[in-house]
Write a protein that binds this ligand. Structure first.
Ligand SMILES: [Zn+2]
Length: 382
């Protein structure tokens, strides 16, 4: 994961007043997301060694993942691409539920499975050319998706769910190549069929605090916020003790160039679920552990995976990610900070606000002048 600029934070009003939603702790009892099992999936990935594109570890990951998914009833497709000197492979898995209704769109969950080839942020200069474990940056999101994939077949959802594991998200100076290639190869029909794209990246931090990531769809972030409050994961969480301060810090928006940007640019409602502060925040970038040899298993936790997984499971069960649009759906976290810092949109909107009142004022002024001239002529005529 990378930012095309240093992360910036600013306050933003939420789409919905989710803070008014009361937590219902009993809801957690109906959820099956198993954080320990997800954590085993994370440990397994790290045990393979660095999952750099074209490496044996990368190959082994894909082979095992495909076998695992096929045993659950998924149709798995490996999509190979080439860009610059990289050969990379995305893994796509679809589950066709017999309960899916016609004309109901698809929800896509995504995470990158490659791990960074260089620890270029490491405090120790001699380690900066080494690859990282990627326990958080890569393995955490992938592990949550694997556990969700286990649960989908028995959820009897009335809509389709797909998983996209991207490759080559985090290699040297090349970022999000897998997601970009996937997005570029979508047909118009496929784009139209996607209801939501939900990316997970760096969700395993022991000290999990999710920020709103820009760009991203404000309505969809609103849904995550609603679910988190319902399940008692909001600020000052009330339903569980793992994260007494809650895991949401959605008052903060951080700009991150990540895999979700490519579907977002196609107009697909897309968000990135991420904690962009890994380790000591004062270190800069995305924290002292980010892109270092310390992105290891001892800095991530099953509790973090559980919290994120439960939010997604509850959202899937209760259709929070389909037909979620409201009147304010055109809102976008990008509205305050656009990709190319193009501020003409806001200026244009402001200008439009003043055109009509100005025209009315000019009209009234002209009418008054005409009346005055008319009366003057009448007086002279007398
Ligand atoms: Zn990264």
């Amino acid at each position: 994961m990378l930012s095309s600029s240093l992360p910036s934070t600013f306050n933003e009003v939420s789409v919905r007043p989710s803070s008014t939603v009361s937590p219902d702790c009993g809801l957690l009892e109906n959820l099956n997301f198993n954080g320990s099992r997800a954590f085993s999936d994370l440990e397994w990935q790290v045990s393979l060694g660095p999952r750099i594109p074209e490496s044996n570890a990368s190959n082994e990951f894909r082979n095992n993942l495909s076998e695992f998914l096929e045993s659950l009833g998924y149709v798995v497709e490996s999509q190979q691409h080439q860009h610059l000197n990289y050969n990379f492979t995305n893994v796509l898995a679809k589950y066709s539920s017999p309960h899916v209704q016609n004309n109901v769109k698809t929800v896509i969950f995504s995470a990158h499975y490659d791990s960074r080839n260089i620890a270029d942020r490491d405090g120790n200069e001699s380690l900066r050319s080494r690859p990282i474990d990627g326990a958080n940056d890569g393995a955490s999101g992938t592990a949550v998706l694997m556990e969700l994939a286990r649960l989908i077949p028995s959820m009897n959802l009335s809509y389709s769910v797909e998983f996209l594991w991207t490759d080559a998200e985090d290699q040297g100076q090349n970022f999000t190549l897998g997601s970009k290639a996937w997005a570029e190869n979508l047909t118009f029909e496929e784009i139209d069929d996607i209801e939501a794209f939900i990316l997970l990246d760096m969700v395993g931090d022991k000290d999990l605090k999710l920020h709103k990531i820009s760009p991203g769809n404000a309505s969809l972030y609103g849904q995550i916020e609603l679910i988190a409050h319902r399940l008692g994961y909001g600020p000052n969480a009330t339903c569980q003790t793992d994260f007494p301060q809650g895991i949401l810090d959605y008052q903060k928006t951080t700009f991150v160039f990540d895999d979700h940007v490519h579907p977002h640019q196609l107009g697909i409602p897309s968000i990135d679920i991420m904690d962009p502060v890994y380790g000591d925040e004062s270190y800069g970038g995305f924290g002292s552990l980010w892109h270092t040899t310390n992105d290891t298993i001892d800095n991530v936790s099953p509790e973090a995976l559980t919290a994120v997984g439960r939010i997604l499971e509850f959202g899937l069960q209760n259709k929070y990610f389909v037909n979620f649009y409201n009147d304010e759906s055109t809102n976008d976290t990008q509205q305050n900070q656009t990709f190319d810092d193009n501020i003409t949109t806001d200026a244009g909107t402001s200008a439009e606000k003043y055109i009509l009142p100005s025209l009315i004022s000019i009209g009234i002024f002209c009418l008054l002048v005409a009346l005055f001239v008319y009366r003057l002529k009448k007086v002279r005529a007398r």
